[in-house]
Write a protein that binds this ligand. Structure first.
Ligand code: V07
Length: 254
């Protein structure tokens, strides 16, 4: 009897929000990882400590997404606005891709993950670019989870770049103005050919898009939580997925 009671307690303790993979799992999940600075401040730590803690969460969420069969995971790592932050903070942030990849790249390769970067790489320091290019190159043939890092990314800039490229084609006589339609623009975005996110997660209580994937989020389900990014766990991630599944089921019913 005691054994059965003990078993009951260990079982209930372990139970967390689990994802029913028989229901529709979002193909593409995008994440705005907000609240690292606030997390650090609450602990009287420097902001960079929050960024380091946030990197651990990235690792956990990548595993959680992979485990339930998400095909594309986009993480907003650095915005075009983030250059305005103090120089030391920017320098620290620019070391994080290297730090992340130095411990994770082998495992990502093993797990058949394909790493891609959304954003312009020219402005990045060469050590950062080098690390990114190695990761992209080493994983380019992998057809498992597509792990996209938005880095030096801005949604309006992305649309401007796409439209400029199309305008150049018009100038060159390859394209007519009438051929600039939604499909033509979509193909010139950094995400050209990648399906639009089904679900956007934003942490830390801010309820806005902050120039993230403006074109791609037109029909996306939005999910916000007050949890700060370093405190975000795979259980929170699975909660967001379960909520997405409830919404998908409701739409499916009508
Ligand atoms: C960054 C940690 C997570 C919280 C948000 C801001 C700070 C992972 C990466 C990364 C980027 C590219 C890549 C591999 C890892 C990263 C930056 C900031 C700039 F190929 N986390 N993380 N990059 N933060």
């Amino acid at each position: 009897m005691l054994e059965r009671i003990a078993h009951f307690f260990t079982r209930t303790k372990k139970q967390t929000t689990s994802v029913d993979t028989n229901l529709s799992v979002p193909v593409h999940v995008a994440v705005i990882m907000d609240g690292n600075g606030r997390w650090a401040k609450a602990r009287s730590l420097p902001r960079i400590a929050g960024h380091s803690a946030g990197m651990k969460t990235v690792k956990e969420v990548v595993k959680a997404a992979d485990a339930i069969g998400v095909k594309y995971l986009t993480m907003y790592a650095f915005s075009t606005e983030n250059w305005k932050r103090p120089r030391e903070e920017v320098e620290f942030l620019m070391k994080l891709p290297q730090e992340f990849l130095s411990t994770e790249l082998d495992e990502l390769v093993e797990r058949n993950v394909c790493v891609k970067i959304l954003g312009s790489r020219e402005e990045l320091p060469s050590h950062t670019r080098q690390a990114l290019e190695t990761a992209v190159e080493k994983t380019k043939h992998n057809d498992g989870l597509q792990l996209l890092f938005a880095l030096n990314y801005g949604g309006r800039k992305e649309i401007c770049d796409a439209v400029q490229e199309l305008a150049r084609q018009v100038e060159a006589g390859i394209l007519s103005a009438e051929q600039i339609d939604e499909k033509a623009i979509e193909q010139k975005l950094y995400t050209g050919g990648i399906p639009e996110p089904d679900l956007l997660i934003r942490t830390s209580g801010e309820i806005r898009l902050s120039n993230f994937m403006l074109w791609q989020l037109a029909y996306t389900e939005l999910w916000f939580t007050d949890v700060l990014w370093p405190d975000f766990t795979k259980e929170h991630f699975n909660e967001a997925i379960a909520e997405y599944q409830r919404r998908a089921r409701r739409y499916g019913a009508v």
